[in-house]
Design a protein around this ligand. Structure first.
Ligand code: FES
Ligand SMILES: [Fe+2]
Length: 358
């Protein structure tokens, strides 16, 4: 972990929850970027995110009680509205001006609850990355969540090259060790907000997760197009076409496709919330396909989790350890540089701000 990415990028949207985590007015306690937050849906339907530390004596607001769109701390009863303002102190008429807890901008889209942990004035929902497949009836999936005891960037690293599919996921997502030797990224693009990797594997055996969903898949031409965005959002398009059907030249005949979104939100510096969905575009009336794919992905992600949490332990054991790069690390190195620059830029007051404070 380079020291430059020790902090978090604040002025960007992170996924805080799936909408189903807030059903029945539940108070969801979730630490995000080292901050304890309480999330809930009020009676009006709006989603609220507040600092979960009561401003009175620090009790947990997530142990409190929702009242309409408001929340009451169940220690001494202070009540807060969705803006975080204290609106009632039982037994005291006068509420000091400015008493309250911090509230965070939230935005709900396509079943995801997004949160903005930086300067609220800059929280523009237009900056949320769009993944249209989550609302498109031509695609079917099943939302997933997993918790990692590892820094989110180690998970981003893992996704930045598919060579690991061959070794970590030989019997699940990868299919064979051959994938690491025979398939090379055909294109790696270093972009301002991340990277894009395209990888083909021609006339290959379909990997197990695809074979479980599609019987008699046969030999396939397989294409993955992966796109990683700062601070840790990954979209992937996967195509399986019958081998030799001309997928390389753009033919989609007989193709079966997947769309995968993965959102990594730091919980702390060494733990991560992982939200994901894996959607398919065929046999949409068969609910067992989404379930089978979901289970296959969980199986695969558990393999990643095992490797990455072990890696985190090794890194913790020696903070002076220096990693050694190989060629396949190019996208992740670029990603870390890009993110470090953005984090540094947030810490440097702009000339305008400096002038204002002069
Ligand atoms: S600590 Fe919350 S009301 Fe006292
Ligand atoms: Fe993996």
């Amino acid at each position: 972990m380079g020291p430059e990415t020790q902090g978090f990028l604040l002025n960007c949207w992170y996924v805080a929850a799936w909408d189903h985590e807030l059903i029945d007015g539940k108070l969801l306690a979730r630490t995000l970027l080292d901050k304890p937050v309480v999330l809930y849906r009020g009676d009006s339907g709006r989603v609220v995110a507040l600092d979960s530390r009561c401003c009175h004596r620090g009790a947990k607001l997530s142990n409190g009680r929702r009242e309409g769109d408001d929340i009451r701390c169940m220690y001494h009863g202070l009540k807060f509205d969705p803006s975080g303002k204290c609106i009632q102190i039982p037994g005291q008429d006068n509420i000091p001006k400015g008493l309250g807890v911090r509230s965070y901008p939230v935005h709900e889209r396509d079943h995801l609850i997004w949160i903005w942990m930086g300067n609220p004035a800059a929280a523009d929902p237009a900056k949320i990355l769009d993944f249209p497949y989550l609302r498109d009836p031509a695609w079917r999936g099943k939302p997933g969540y997993m918790h990692y005891n590892a820094n989110y960037l180690l998970i981003v690293d893992n996704l930045s090259d598919f060579a690991h599919l061959a070794f970590v996921h030989t019997r699940t997502l990868g299919g064979s060790e051959e994938y690491a030797y025979k398939s090379k990224p055909t294109a790696i693009e270093r972009l301002e907000d991340g990277f894009r990797v395209e990888r083909w594997h021609m006339a290959a055996d379909a990997p197990p997760f695809h074979r479980k969903a599609v019987r008699n898949a046969g030999k396939v031409d397989r294409r993955n197009i992966a796109r990683m965005y700062v601070p840790g959002i990954f979209f992937m398009e996967t195509l399986f076409s019958p081998a030799g059907s001309g997928a390389g030249k753009g033919s989609l005949e007989g193709a079966k496709q997947y769309r995968n979104c993965q959102f990594f939100t730091p919980e702390t510096k060494r733990s991560t919330h992982f939200f994901w969905d894996y959607l398919h575009d065929y046999a949409l009336d068969d609910p067992t396909i989404a379930l089978s794919l979901h289970d296959s992905m969980v199986e695969g992600f558990m393999e990643d989790k095992f490797i990455i949490e072990g890696q985190q332990e090794m890194l913790d054991a020696d903070p002076d350890f220096k990693m050694h790069g190989i060629v396949a690390d190019a996208p992740l190195a670029h990603f870390r540089r890009t993110l470090a620059k953005m984090i540094a830029a947030e810490k440097t007051p702009s000339i305008v701000e400096e002038a204002a404070h002069a």
